[in-house]
Write a protein that binds this ligand. Sequence first.
Ligand code: BMA
Length: 920
Amino acid sequence: MSVYSAVLLFSFISTGAAVLTTSLNGVWTLTEKEEHNISITGQVPGSMYTALMDHKIIQDPYYRNNDIRYRWIGQADWTYSRVFNVSSQMMSMANIKLVCEGLDTFATVTINGHLVAETNNMFVKYVMDIKPYVKLGENSISVSFKSAVKQAAILASNHSYLIPPACPVPQYKGECHVNMVRKEQCSFSWDWGPSFPTQGMWRDIYIESFNTTAIRSFTAETLKDTDGSWVIDTEVLLDVPEGETVEGSVKIRFDVTGMGSKQVHTLTSNNNKIKQRLQLDRDFVVQEWWPNGYGAQHLYQLYAFFTSSDGRTLSAKKLTIGFKTVELMQDFVSGDPKQGRSFFFKINGVPIFLKGSNWIPADSFLERVTKERLRNLLQSARDVHMNSMRVWGGGVYESEDFYELADELGILIWQDLMFGCAMYPSDPQFLSTVSDEISQQVKRLKSHASLLLWSGNNENEKALRQSWYNTDVNFTLYYKDYVTLYHDTIQPIVQSEDLTHPFIMSSPSNGIESLQEGFVAKEPWSELYGDIHDYRYMDPFFDQSVYRVPRMASEYGLQSLPSYETLADVYAEEDMDLCSDMSEHRQHHPLGNVQLMAEVILYLNLPNSPDRKQKFKDTIYVTQIDQAIAMKTETEHYRRWQNRLDESGRGNTMGAMYWQLNDIWQAPTWSSIEYGGKWKMLQYFAQHFFSPLLISPYEESGMAKVYICVDEIKLHVTRHPHTHHLQFVPNPQHKAGFLFGDMVDSNPQPHSVGPKGTLYISMYSWASMEPLYNWTQEYQMNVTSQLVFSANINNMLHQADCIRRQNCFLFYHLGNPQNGPTAWQALSTFSAVIGLKKAKIQVTNIITVKKDQVFNITISTSAIAPFVWLDTPGVQGRFSDNGFLMVQRVKQLQYFAWESVDQNRLGSSLTIKSLMDIYY
Ligand code: BMA
């Protein structure tokens, strides 16, 4: 909160009578008496694992196979307790409430020995009346947790039939029945993460004392009227004690404009929801909020005040909002309904191709996820031109910090609800706590400018349809559970709480078509409807023809190993080998390491250093090359399909969100950023394949084809000699595609279309830095993704005098290869390439641009060098580019340090390698 807004907010609250907040965060006593007789201090928010680590009772839980050694921790019951002071001022208040923002998960809360509440849902905020139990002076509170692992087992055995899967596959080394508990599903293990079934207060805990009432929640929806003006629909929920009547007014104030509204009310515990509509003055120019790459992220402040009938402001809340509209377009793509429906988003009327990735919890111990770490990860997403991120349904509804950063950085959030890869119960108790969870979370998150979409679950429609967990033994039973939970319970809550963001029942799904087919489509993976998740591990990942042509790809990925440096934090020397027991232990994806190697040999020769350590480093490097090439090939394939439909109606692909951005620990996974923040080669590649101006070559039927893709094309239309009136509408001539940002008026006179220029094409031999032959191709973009060049590769080879395709590659740029976009295309796999020499790559210069933070680095090479990889072990930061092909002798780079580092230390840590260095 800015100083100004804090002053504005609190200047309205008359001191003395307002809500008094007493934080109970900080140091508590943590005990386990039954089996291990432990009594230590523990931080709140926090979990027992970090407390045990702080006291050196356990090592780093991520170290080697400590996840197995420390299983006892999650199976024990842990109690947090402390004393706190109740002042005479607090005692004098009519209401004293304990607010627990997050209890993980099965907690019994007592105050001075009196039972106050029993909880069972990590995602619910609990507010408890503790007035009857507190006394002036010293009081005690205890929060006793039960092992979620044991509770899950009890719930499963009490349920009349199995809710599958009972347990994860053995490779996950996880715990069973997590779907029975409303807790972070991946805390019992996942295919990229360990099992650490935490207990503790994972979010703030505090006491609110007040006399009359307190604002419990404040939400806002921004809506655009048909005449172009904006309204803000607000809702204030007040905490009115049972049986009491409260008189007062709720006032809304918009930013610094002074615009606002006020309503006077008589409130009771049943009549405590105040909705007000704020119509913004017509002369106030609203600056819309745009996703990254489309415009600025304007944010505004909105305030709510509760004022008692005697005029004193007693409670206040602030919201940060943005003005945007979201539409999920699902129209038939052609006159033939069998060709399916589109599936794409318009933000402020503009179709957006979602360029993004999937987000998982950034740590098993959520208390370690600081705003700084979140900023680094989300800034990294923005830096590589992502405009969207899917908060995946097996983790948590993320923190306020996360969504604030997404608002600020222009990252649209596809928000799954926290159900993933499982069937779920639909008994009344489960539905009741889920209802609280959904209604609270939708209220909490819907006002964020970055919110794009609600999705009911991760992959449960597909799992049910394909009987992943043997549900076909009684499909009707599990189908009924599915419909009861997502359609009958969750959907109405989401849609009544939030009118401004679309809801889909599952990801992947067929969108409207899934609903029309009874909520579980015959083929939820259809290319003609909705989104798909698509993984193909043993296909030639560098060949675009293996990939599907969906409306949207919200998950696709390939694994790689994290860097040696990252593994060194948790591996012993002897573990540093792909064939070690430890490498097997950390690999949770069944047959994952075998796949990694099989993928390498599809494309590259295996590294063959006689030195075991070096060989492992090189193995890491080749898995990162594969992953980067795979995601580039697949993502560009999706981008190239955005303006096309084939005869069967496939195409108009409008989103590519790869799996997965970040890591929960140090292990082989699908991530592009390692635990700790280091960018894998994929993250650097994403910077290019998500670029707003992309040169995308590929090969099809012996032809080299090149597309250029842009985010948006603006046609400028003059309506009146003195005014430019720009309006975004779908282009009627482009039934089969979109002309983004296509603007028309009654008398359209387009005087310019999309970018035009020259594509420069060169054929090189791998053996030489001089091109064999050059071509040029003029282009003029009319749509956002357009074929601009197509030529027979054999003819090109012939023209360039290249003996055979294994000897040569194609290089592309738009006129300035140093600064503008470039692309290259091998004409064979790297295992078949002929003529590559071992390049000598040297750092010729390092200059400090910004002291201890930004450096210019110049490197030079003696020969063509593919996948040049720079690294700075021991120094945290990233390069402006990495993993590139060096075709020119000299290349300028920048290094952005994330810690203070001087030029000498940076220089001495710097290492460089390229492909031929791994062969001896
Ligand atoms: C998808 C995800 C995750 C999983 C990933 C990789 O199914 O939803 O469940 O981690 O694939 O297997």
